[in-house]
Structures are given as structure tokens and as C-alpha cells.
Write a new protein. Sequence first.
Length: 321
Amino acid sequence: MIRRPPRSTPLYSSAASDVYKRQPNPIGLAAGFDKNAQVTQAMLALGFGFVEAGTVTPQPQSGNPKPRIFRLHEDRAVINRLGFNNEGLEAARKRLNSLQGKAGIRGINIGANKDTADRIADYVMGLNELGPLASYVTINISSPNTPGLRGLQNKSELDALLTALIAARKKLQRRPPLLVKIAPDLDDHACADIAAAALSHGIEGLIVSNTTLARPASLKSVHAGKTGGLSGQPLFTPSTDRLRTMRRLTQGKLTLIGVGGIASAADAYAKIKAGASLVQLYTALTFEGPNLITRLKRELLTLLDRDGFKSISEAIGQEAN
């Protein structure tokens, strides 16, 4: 477990949201592994500092036709086109409700049904039903596997979505922090619009990033041309570049969670220095197995000590410019 600094020194940057200051460690499980909030406690017991379940949609849906997951072994990567396959809001609500009072930081990732007539209403429903039961709520508007979903990252659509969600949250007795998960394929102008919207609406953070539609020329696998979102090692550089951009645009005022291509402590450390307060991983478990988590925490502490940092907060954003 990552060493805690003295009480006089906050674990995370004081400029960021204080939501995560009680975090056991900064390594989290990204959404997609536990789609239906079935194994959150087991994954916390594995050593993750926090676990994000989902993506959950209001109505159950089977997702896209199979085959829809492809391992790119030579590239340490995965392409998926799952399409938000999940058991729906009610099943997740029951499971999260049964966990109330149990220790652990459990986020929930919410999305819209593929055939919905009103995507904003789907997100509001997810927040209303699951938000009071979760440590935080992630608004997934960046999956490449639901047609049109990424359009919600556009300025006007995002403004309308966040306006509705902030209004809905104000009516809840327990108001969870809200984070927006964005794509790595955004240009600088789109990043600037998203940063401005996040700051103006007062959400707590951004998750950078989801899978990519890009296909680097370096890919070797026979599956490289499959349709879907690419994750794993090839995503590390573009997602970290976007993370660095969002850190600069938000001026350290938001909690940023770095995701994409993390398979070592050096990868996690690079995300932190690029501006992440926390990191998440998923694809690397496919290739490294569960012992990866313990190794990451131990080796991350070694890297902090090597560079003379007394806490993670001192390293956040050190190489963001």
C-alpha cells in the first residue's frame, strides 16, 4: 500500500477536489471489468484503492453481436466493441444498495441505452437511482461503441447534459461527485470546450481517457483492423498527451484520473506527473494477472522515494507543461 504522508501533508493536491483525500492508494480499476457491480468488494480486496463499476444503462441490453473482444497479444492491447452490455439500472441498484455501510470507494459509470429516444434523460435516471449509492458517478460520453454517443462531447450537447445533471444532483439528499469520461481522439479545440464546460458547471473531475478509434501503424496483430475501441499499451501515449492537455486547461482545479495503457509503476507515475491525481487500469490485467496491483503500489513508492517526493501530491502535474 502506498505510504501515507504525515497528517500535515495532504495525500493529494490541495488544488484538486478533496473527494479522494482518504484514498487508500491511487490505483483504481477502470469501468468495463465489473459491468454490473457484482465484484466490487472482491476487486477492492485484491488491492485496488477504488473500483468503478459499469457502464450501466437504464434498461438491460445485450450489447453488440459477438465476437466483440479481440486480444492483440503482440501489441499488449485489446480491441472491444461490447456496446454497453449490462443488466440494467435496477440490477446495479440492488447490488450497490446491499453494499451500503461496507468499506471501500465504489464509483459507478453510467451511460445511455443504444435505442433511447432521450439520452440526457437516461443519464439523469442513472444519476438519480445510482448516485446516492456510489462514492462518485462517471458520465460516460466517450465510448466508441454506441453510435452517436461521442457527440455528447460537443460543446452544446455537453452543456445541455451537464445542466440537466447538475440540476438533478441538487435534488438528491446525498450528492455524489460527478466526473466526465472523455475520448483520447479529441482535438485541442474540443478539449478546450470540455475543460471550460467542466469548470463552469462545477463538476468535480475528468477521466482521461476512454479507448481510441485510432490504429497506430506500429500494430502487429492480425486483429489490428477490427472495429471497436483500442486499449492497452498503444493507448498510453495519446491518452497521456490528452491528460497533460486537460491538466493545463483546467489549471489543476479538477481531479483528473489518468487511464490508458498503464501496465507498470513507471506508466502510473508518468500519468501522475502529467496531472493525474489517480489512475485506473484494466487491459493490463489481461496480460499481467492480479499480482500486477501489488507490484504497481510497491514500485510506485520506490519511484516517489527516488525523486524525493514525500507524497503523491508533490508529484502531480510536475511534467504537465
